[in-house]
Design a protein around this ligand. Sequence first.
Ligand SMILES: Nc1nc2c(ncn2[C@@H]2O[C@H](COP(=O)(O)OP(=O)(O)OP(=O)(O)O)[C@@H](O)[C@H]2O)c(=O)[nH]1
Length: 358
Amino acid sequence: MTNCKQCNLQAISASQSTSTHPNKPETSEVPRGDTLDNLASALSLICSQDSNNFLSALYQIINVLAVGVFIVDENGQVTVANAHTAKIVGSSKEELLGKQWCEVLNDCHRDEYKQLFNTLKHDASKKLSHGPKEVVINRKDGKFSYADLSISRLPQTMVNAQSMFIGVLHDLSSHHAKYMKLKRLSRTDHLTGLANRNAFDEALNELWIECTSNNQPISVLFIDIDYFKQFNDSYGHVNGDKCLKKVAKTIAYCVPSRDCVTGRYGGEEFAMILPRCNEQIAEVVAKQVRRSINQLNFIDQGLQAHAKVTVSQGIACAEKGNFEQVESLLHSADKSLYKAKSNGRDRIVCSSNPAISD
Ligand SMILES: Nc1nc2c(ncn2[C@@H]2O[C@H](COP(=O)(O)OP(=O)(O)OP(=O)(O)O)[C@@H](O)[C@H]2O)c(=O)[nH]1
């Protein structure tokens, strides 16, 4: 940084490299005594070995920091950016200079930060310290960086008439990738890859609110493998696990739309949420599940052709206020499943029409 026209920082020069700051502002926010003296002596040490220039020393310090530091003017234009900011954004420092800071941000934050700079531009009295807040940054290579962003107003005593802001960026990209992986793992059943019980319950609560508040139907389908203990006992747990995986994949293929959720509800029990689907649609899906499961064989696992599984299914549909609570809907689907089991298995029971469908 050689000569920043908008900022008085350049006034801090080597010719004034004494033990006190040349432009020491008279505000209570500024460190006094030891702190300022120590800073000044640290800087003069660096300056004496280098360019003998305070400003240059300050800039070099900022530039080697392992956090992104940048300064924007009151119009939101970047006037200073250190090397780490450039690294996070995936551009060179030169490319960043003069650029609107908001353009660096992902669309989802742009309006918020445009508004922030706009508000502060018109209300210089307002104290600014915004964040830290997690933001997504559009990198030049088309990828994203994730960072914690804090923006603070530079003290008025440091700058001329206009407002200047300093931003600090902490790169969260590697943490973000790990967080996303952990989040995905915590929501996935590790054997089948379907939603686990926790994720299923969360999705059901969300879809329940969405559908009931829009007067749309929502159906739940419980699918339970018949006599699975016998399968395990006959062919072993390893084959039992492979069977569960195959059944899960087959069920997932039968969902009628992308907004349906399929989960592993318990050991050999699966469940499907069918938002915006009435009971008739749910029954069509259940019939498709039954047909597909009945066609499965386990020859690829080394089992004989007669090794087969069937499933029993229970359906309940919330429509026109027939269920007040999501728990009642689940209870009703569970009761239907129980009926399908007790009436011979390999069949479908709907809660509003308990006649057995086989
Ligand atoms: N291989 C394997 N077996 C499991 C897993 N989770 C549960 N099971 C087995 O699933 C079987 C369920 O047995 P039951 O609850 O008696 O039900 P069922 O034999 O399917 O009989 P019905 O449901 O009444 O038709 C048990 O033998 C469990 O050990 C799993 O992750 N892998």
